[in-house]
Design a protein around this ligand. Structure first.
Ligand code: F6R
Length: 612
């Protein structure tokens, strides 16, 4: 995690860096800091959010046209002023910002201490900038060369930018494992962890590859080389995202905006791919591997958090439609347990950010074992899509709220399209059922618009349960992952303890928790095992639990039993998760707001988890 941003150009760096930090704050908000060269190297840093840094620097000298800035999610050392970035080198002439982890920092630190280095912080990052200074002095190297030599001694992940008080002409950046984007404007360069701080100034970007470094000098073309000193010709990409997509657009929070964006984001996921009129689904990114996938003996889906819940929905979809056995794995477990993966397996990695360290490591492992790796990611140009053999972007647009909402429904949309396309190719679905599902999938955005109209009702329900200490979420079949996702949303943004269960599992333990205080959210559409869910609701009512039921429009049976019902439009059973998730997102949002929580930046979390 952590967000880095740097500027070199003709304008004042400070406003650009601060705005960039605000855009990257979703990546971590334990502390932030800034270093700008104006004759001196002026460095300011503060525990807490970027707004606290802004207040701290008021009245201080922040002028200068070259600078670096950082917003931190703490890994090594507490979130305090000392551990905040940027860090100085020993002689305070160099400064660094870093996203990632230097794994061998302890041994490097010991060596440096023997040579007289004194450290102000507990961070691995400070060790790296001391090492760079040490290499530079001992070998009398110019700075970029010292960075390169030092990086060859480092084990771990990094996206760094280094500046020197003695050189206001150059930024030196390097990357391995953590993301780094370079924006190339008119007489100016920007560097950031993602494109959001850059888009306002230029659309031309370079994505550095792992173990590459960039030397950006005023008035010159960017110089890119590997850390083994091989010169590389950079490929300049054109950004397609627009500024509106990274601003709140009148909503109070990014999370609410992103919840309400779902009719649009799902349409974007389907655009050009789902063609109901022709009865076709075409996913260009995986066409080349269609035969291999449809003939796979097994599909393994790997992901973390909300993306793992999307994978669980994917399991139901793929098994039901393609009849290929699917296993869903937490990437963090998969990578550490010598998993059985062969060349006959197809692995689908799902990630909004495309940067999740565990998912990335799991992909590399499965790749070594010869499996075909597909990716379903949202952030274009991120690390996972570059590590996979093929895949499809979700095209949900930037998701800034830390709690994932629209990314989840877009992932499920993509998995639905993939499963349908393969099932049709494979002949495991009839033409008419295929057409029926395609048509219904194309209607989902309109149906979500209808669900979003329940927001005032959901808000009233939230008011009643905002002081609950626990909550249970129940669902069956394809809606079990929806229950898990509903519970995760509630706990991560409102800090209320919540659990998701397959409805029938409740009687094997969790039922003991039910009393008149306990809200139980049940996904109870009039599909599949409806009658069984109704029985589960009765079991809760018999113990005086409070039922909040998500039901199909017009349902009367559950309405007569439940304390509250939220109606969703009728749809195909396999598509219910796309709709039923929405009221659960809204419920968490309103409860969290009523409890005074910061929904866009929940405590201890970060959007992009680039550490194990
Ligand atoms: C929850 C949430 C996280 C992420 C998880 C994986 O709302 O956002 O659980 O889903 O950290 O992140 P990605 O999808 O970026 O790999």
């Amino acid at each position: 995690m952590c967000g880095i941003v740097a500027y070199l150009g003709d304008r004042q760096a400070y406003p650009i860096l601060i705005k960039g930090l605000h855009r990257l704050e979703y990546r971590g908000y334990d502390s932030s800091g800034i270093a700008i060269i104006n004759g001196n190297l002026n460095l300011y840093k503060r525990k807490g959010k970027v707004s606290e840094l802004e207040a701290f620097v008021e009245g201080k000298d922040v002028s200068g046209t070259i600078g670096i800035a950082h917003t931190r999610w703490a890994t090594h050392g507490q979130p305090n002023d000392e551990n905040a970035h940027p860090h100085f080198s020993q002689n305070k002439e160099l400064s660094i910002i870093h996203n990632g982890i230097i794994e061998n920092y302890n041994s490097l630190k010991e060596e440096l201490m023997k040579r007289g280095h004194i450290f102000d912080s507990e961070t691995d990052t400070e060790v790296l900038i001391h090492l760079i200074e040490d290499v530079q002095k001992n070998e009398t190297l110019e700075l970029s060369e010292a960075v390169r030599v030092a990086l060859n001694q480092v084990v771990g992940a990094y996206a760094i930018v280094v500046i020197s008080q003695n050189d206001n002409q150059r930024l030196i950046a390097a990357k391995k494992g953590s993301p780094l984007v370079i924006g190339i404007g008119e007489n100016e360069f920007l560097i950031a962890s993602d494109a959001t701080p850059i888009i306002e100034y230029t659309r031309k970007v370079i994505y550095l590859e792992d173990e590459e470094m960039a030397i950006l000098e005023r008035g010159k073309e960017p110089e890119i080389k590997s850390i083994s000193n091989i010169v590389r010709t950079p490929y300049i990409h054109e950004l397609t995202m627009n500024l509106d997509s990274i601003e709140k657009g009148g909503y109070e929070h990014f999370m609410l905006k992103e919840i309400f964006e779902q009719p649009h984001s799902i349409s974007e996921s389907m655009r050009g791919r789902l063609r109901p009129g022709e009865g076709i689904i075409s996913l260009g990114g995986i066409t080349q591997y269609k035969n291999k996938i449809k003939n796979a003996k097994r599909i393994v889906m790997i992901a973390c958090g909300t993306s793992w819940h999307a994978a669980l929905v994917g399991e139901y979809l793929f098994e039901e439609l393609t009849r290929i056995p699917v296993e869903v794995e937490y990437a963090s477990e998969f990578r550490y347990r010598n998993p059985i993966i062969t060349e006959d397996d197809v692995v689908i990695a799902i990630s909004q950010s495309g940067e999740t360290a565990d998912t990335l490591a799991a992909i590399k492992l499965a790749k070594e074992k010869g499996a075909l790796i597909l990716g379903i990611c949202n952030v274009v140009g991120s690390s996972i899509p570059r590590e996979t053999h093929a895949g499809s972007y979700t095209h949900a647009g930037p998701e800034i709220g830390v709690a994932s909402t629209k990314a989840f429904t877009s992932q499920v949309t993509l998995l639905t399209m993939m499963a349908l396309m393969l099932a049709h190719e494979k002949g495991t679905i009839s033409d008419s059922h295929h057409q029926q599902l395609i048509t219904e999938l194309s209607n989902i955005p309109t149906k979500i618009e209808a669900v979003l109209k329940t927001a005032p009702l959901v808000k009233e329900i939230a008011e009643k349960y905002k002081n609950s200490r626990n909550a249970l979420y129940l669902g069956r079949g394809i809606n079990f992952p929806v229950a898990l996702e509903g519970a995760l949303k509630l706990k991560e943004i409102s800090y209320i303890h919540a659990e998701g269960y397959p409805a029938a599992e409740m009687k094997h333990g969790p039922i003991a928790l039910i009393d008149e205080e306990m809200p139980v959210v049940v996904i109870a559409p009039k599909k599949g095992n409806y009658d069984k869910v109704v029985s589960n609701i009765q079991e809760v009512k018999a113990r005086k639990g409070k039922i909040i039921a998500v039901v199909t429009e017009g349902d009367t049976e559950v309405r007569n039993m439940a304390d509250h019902v939220i109606e969703i439009p009728d749809t195909e059973e396999l598509l219910v998760p796309l709709i039923a998730t929405i009221p659960l997102q809204l419920l968490s949002y309103y409860i969290a707001i009523m409890r005074g929580c910061n929904v866009d930046q929940p405590r201890n979390l970060a959007k992009s988890v680039t550490v194990e």
